[in-house]
Design a protein around this ligand. Structure first.
Ligand SMILES: *Cc1c(COP(=O)(O)O)cnc(C)c1O
Length: 297
């Protein structure tokens, strides 16, 4: 499977030039930042491993991507979730449905610390444990390839002064943003979609002690809760879609674009100052999010 290179689209948002790294177009079944993060596991052989074990939400993009990975590798996938709503059980859709179709075992388990439970009870030499959302050091392997592609593009576009390019992307665990910053000479800016700026900073430290490799965190005036519906999210998502003709994900990208819009660098929109926004995929999850938004607004 080749999912190494994705195109960069030049577009406009609020009449300002924006470049978008199209990781949503990497591959039909294996795309977005989860494909980058799991690329190491795709490329390497694990002859003794029979099963991948992970956990997260029943609608997580990582659930679907891991189900594809497990299928390709001929492994089983046991994916632990806190709770599956009865609505979802009766009407499987999005990532959940697609993962089931790939043969994933999605297991409901109410544990305060599911990671510890897994580590203490479920692991052996035949299992490969992948932390929630791919928050693992192996993720650097695929994200470094993404960074290489960005550097090549910058060279081709004669961006010689590193200050003339900023990389913007929204964060969950912060793994993608952190490993991008570690592997790029350009400033990486991110906003926390889960738990706020302090949580994101902690995540960065979890993966990298040296602060000099940490991305810049954009702090928003308002605190948002992950997975909750906000009118301004839906509105900006729709606006971005109409203006760029690109569909972005509804969980992370609305905040990504709201954050982008607070940047002076973006506001000024000086010809030589380019912004590259990383499209991290996740479109399969939009089906459920759209339905929720349409019911609410
Ligand atoms: C997982 C995911 C993120 C968050 O990535 P992190 O590396 O955990 O910060 C952002 N956008 C999409 C679409 C995702 O699936």
């Amino acid at each position: 499977m080749n999912c190494k290179n994705s195109p960069i689209t030049k577009t406009k948002f609020r009449n300002k030039i924006l470049y978008v790294k199209r990781d949503d177009l990497l591959h039909k079944d294996f795309s977005g930042n989860k494909a980058r993060k799991f690329y190491y596991f795709l490329e390497n052989d694990f002859p003794n491993i029979k099963k991948i074990v992970s956990y997260g939400s029943a609608q997580a993009n990582s659930l679907y991507s891991l189900s594809v990975l497990a299928k390709i590798k001929g492994m089983k996938l046991d994916f632990y979730v806190n709770h599956i709503s009865s609505f979802l059980k009766q009407n499987p859709q999005g990532n959940y449905k697609a993962a089931l179709e790939n043969g994933a075992n999605i297991i409901e388990k109410t544990e305060n610390n599911i990671q510890r439970y897994i580590e203490e009870n479920l692991l052996n030499e035949e299992t490969l444990f992948i932390e929630e959302g791919g928050r693992v050091t192996e993720a650097q392997y695929g994200i470094e390839i993404l960074a290489q592609e960005i550097k090549l593009w910058a060279e081709e576009n004669n961006i010689n002064d590193f200050n003339n390019l900023k990389i913007v992307l929204p964060s969950g665990t912060g793994t993608t943003a952190l490993f991008l910053q570690k592997n790029l000479p350009f400033e990486v800016l991110s906003v926390s979609c889960v738990g706020g700026s302090e949580y994101l900073k902690k995540q960065f430290f979890h993966l990298e002690e040296n602060e000099k490799y940490h991305p810049t965190i954009i702090t928003m005036p308002k605190k948002y809760h992950f997975g909750k519906l906000y009118k301004e999210f839906y509105e900006i998502w729709q606006e971005v879609k109409n203006e760029t003709k690109i569909e972005f994900d509804l969980l992370y990208d609305p905040l990504g674009f709201l954050a982008l819009n607070t940047l002076k660098y973006f506001e000024e929109n000086i010809e030589e100052n380019k912004i590259l926004y990383i499209h991290q995929g996740g479109l399969l999850g939009n089906e459920t999010m759209l339905e929720r938004y349409k019911r609410k607004y």
